[in-house]
Every structure is written in C-alpha cells, then in structure tokens.
Ligand binder design. Structure first.
Ligand code: ATP
Ligand code: MG
Length: 404
C-alpha cells in the first residue's frame, strides 16, 4: 500500500474499532492498481452517516441523503460513504433515494464499471467480485451487470465510459460499446452540468483523440450541446487535440475553432460553462486572430494579453496552422524580458500631466491619448520618461497639435 492509503488508514481503523466494516473503494483503488498515483481516497463503510459523524471530530455532511460524510484528518479530506444501493433514477437525475445496505458486495454492485467496483481492505487485500482486475489487465471498460440496464438507469455512465477511455487509454468492451450505441440518445435526459464534468475530463485525457473518434463512431455528438451533426469538425478536432498536452481552456478554444463557432457566448451558455472559462477562451482566440493577421509577434500583443495568454495563443496558432512554434516562443521570451512597462501603472505620466500639458479638461481624448502613449512606450517609439513623453507628444505627434 502506498502513501495516501497509509495516511487514510486511521479512519478505517476507527470505524473498524467501533464494530463497522470499512474499505478503500472506487477510483483510488483502480488508480492504485494501475500505478497511477493520486491524492483523493474514498472509503465505503457499513456505518451509517450519523455513526460516522459521531466517531470523528471534524466532519462535513456533504451528502447525508446519499450516505456521504467528509472526514477531515491530518489536513486531508476523505469521503466516507455508507454501503448503499441506488433507488430509482427518476427523470434521469441522481437517484431519488438510496437504500443503505450491510454488505460491501451489494455496494460494489451499484457502481458503474467493473474497474470502479474494486475494494481494498486495510491490509491491502483486494475484494473484486466483478473481476475488475481482469478488465484492468485487458484495458476494458465494462459495466457491472447488464449494460442496457445500467445505461438506462443512469445515462451519464455513457459519458463516463468514454471519459475513462480517454483518461486510461482503454477500450469499451464489445457489449458495453453496442449498448452505448443504442442508448446514446438518453444523454439528452441528463443535466448539462453532469455531462460537462465528464466531457471536460475526456477533453484532457491522454487518449482524447481516441475518445473523440469514439464519440463520432457511436454518434454520441448528436446528443451533446452544440455538437449535433458536427462529425467532420470533431474528426478534425480529434487529430489536433492530441498533438500536444493542452490545458482544458486550450482544448475548448481548439474545439471552438475547429467547429467554426460564431457565437461563442451562446455556445458556452449551452454547455453551462463558467464566465471565467469563456473569458480565457476569448483571449486565446483574440491572440490567435492577431497572430494570423500580423506577420510577427508584436510587443503590444504581449503587453496587452500577458505572456502566459500569448504563450497559449502561440501553441494553439501553431497547431491550427501546422507551423513550428519555436521561433514565436523565443520571440515571446525576448519581448517579455524587454518590455519597458508591464502595466499602465508603470507609465511615467498620468492623466493629470496630460491635462496640464494640453490645458484641457478631461474627456474621451484623455484615455485615447494615454493609450497612444502607452502603445508608443511598449513599441519602443518613446522612452518611458516624463520629459521624453512630453516632447514626443507635443512635437512628434501631429494629431494633438490641433488640440493644443
Ligand atoms: P476520478 O478519477 O475522476 O475521481 P472516480 O472513478 O473516482 O474517478 P468519481 O466520480 O469520483 O469517479 O466516483 C467515485 C466512484 O463512485 C466511482 O469509482 C464509481 O465506483 C462510483 N460512481 C460514480 N459515478 C457513478 C455513476 N454514475 N454510476 C455508478 N457508479 C458511480
Ligand atoms: Mg473520484
């Protein structure tokens, strides 16, 4: 057993000493068996949520109705969930009610895929009634039990299956694949928020190309927001998205570009994405457009968007245009190092100086002039020095002579 499990052991010990069963379960056990290290550990127990709350000093009742209590221990958070089976999934939402059960095996049987239905006890002994280890070895995503029943019960599992293909570089088992093909339409019943979580994990998975191609092969795109009938565009995106590791926002930008989305706001609203994400993608798209329109990287672009955003823009631009990014990245480094100012606050003049020099009251001309000076400083046309700026403005900048 490795670090994170050893750190979590005292929680299992406390539960066992109180007479309950407790095991490590879910993604942490799967990833441990695959040699993928991770921090978050989930625990399943026969103890009821109120038992868990009374046994530990610091708990957060995150999902009492579904049996989940977070236990805080040594600066870590552990989800401790009572053995349960799920009741009806009314309206394809999360189960309307759950039933707490006493056996681990029943709890494992409600889990989505065999590889996610493996438990490990405190000594490191694996409990694997659905042969998840075999599927880990064969790299198969396969539902626990009949796939048709399981996808009907909760169609989100369709997206989860594809995201595990992407994250783990696994294949769907033939039965699971066939079942997904015939039930993909059920995805429209699921809330976009739940689909988004899985789709984003899929976008940044190591086998994202394979997963996107699988989406088109199984016609899943027709049931995802804004992707209906976008098979060809997705095929193009699949090739691009896997060429180099990209952040989530970079992947979204690449997708939007590949889809030739016109109304970005509307596209993201359909996905219920955060405003933060929309903003970042917009900035990346602006940088890409600037790079497309200019022959070389300008100092003002680096100043306006900041080196990190421009770096992402360069990466995306070179992917989209099939160009080498090295030269542009080197230019970015040189420009970043030589920028005379990093923000407007670094300018040697203020609006008051301009008001004094021009003997004019404030107005739109003021911010326009500040912007002109700012750009001139960044582009190296004038030194960031009060006297030099005054001289430049009053003698070398004719548009303002009239205002004088
Ligand atoms: P990740 O690495 O993303 O955390 P995970 O397998 O831990 O992957 P979670 O969404 O954290 O995924 O869920 C934890 C466990 O709960 C899963 O391993 C699985 O056993 C079970 N599970 C989660 N979602 C479902 C679902 N929709 N249907 C059935 N079981 C599920
Ligand atoms: Mg998890």
């Amino acid at each position: 057993m490795e670090g994170p499990f050893i750190k979590a052991k005292p929680i299992i010990v406390t539960l066992m000493e109180a007479g309950f069963e407790a095991y490590f379960v879910g993604g942490s056990v799967r990833d441990y068996l695959l040699g993928r290290s991770r921090g978050d550990i989930d625990i399943a127990t026969s103890a009821l949520p109120e038992d868990v709350q009374s046994l530990f000093d610091r708990t957060i009742p995150v999902g009492i109705k579904h049996g989940t209590v977070v236990v805080l221990h040594n600066q870590e958070m552990y989800e401790v969930t009572t053995f349960r089976i799920d009741g009806d999934y009314q309206d394809f939402r999360r189960p309307s009610k759950v039933e707490f059960v006493t056996s681990l095996e029943e709890d494992l049987s409600r889990r989505d895929f065999t590889i996610n239905a493996i438990a490990m006890d405190i000594h490191g002994t694996i409990i694997d009634p659905f042969e998840g280890q075999k599927d880990l070895k064969n790299k198969f995503i396969q539902t626990v039990g009949n796939p048709d029943d399981r996808f009907l019960e909760d169609p989100l599992r369709i997206m989860r299956a594809i995201r595990f293909v992407s994250q783990l570089d696994f294949e769907l088992s033939p039965e699971t694949k066939k079942s997904i093909e015939s039930h993909a339409n059920l995805l429209t019943k699921i809330s976009v928020e739940r689909v988004l979580v899985e789709f984003e994990k899929l976008l940044t998975g190591k086998a994202n190309e394979k997963a996107i191609i699988l989406i088109t092969e199984l016609q899943i795109q027709n049931y995802l927001p804004q992707l209906n009938n976008k098979e060809e565009e997705l095929a193009r995106f699949a090739v691009l998205c896997s060429k180099q590791p990209l952040t989530l926002e970079e992947q979204w930008t690449l997708l939007i570009y590949s889809l030739k989305v016109e109304d970005i706001e509307f596209f993201f609203k359909q996905w219920k994405s955060s405003n933060e994400k929309i903003k970042t993608c917009r900035l990346y798209l602006n940088v890409i457009t600037e790079l497309k329109n200019c022959s070389s990287l300008s100092c003002y672009t680096v100043y306006t968007y900041g080196p990190e955003t421009v770096k992402s823009g360069i990466r995306l631009f070179s992917l989209l245009e099939n160009k080498q990014s090295n030269l542009m990245l080197t230019a970015l480094q040189t420009i970043t190092r030589s920028l005379p100012i990093l923000t407007r606050k670094d300018m040697a003049i203020t609006g008051n100086d301009l008001i004094e020099w021009y003997s004019k009251q404030g107005g739109p001309w003021l911010s326009e002039t500040i912007e002109i000076v700012e750009k001139a400083i960044v582009d190296g046309e004038v030194e960031n020095n009060k006297e030099k700026i005054k001289e430049w403005l009053l003698t070398c900048n004719p548009p303002f002579e009239n205002n004088y």
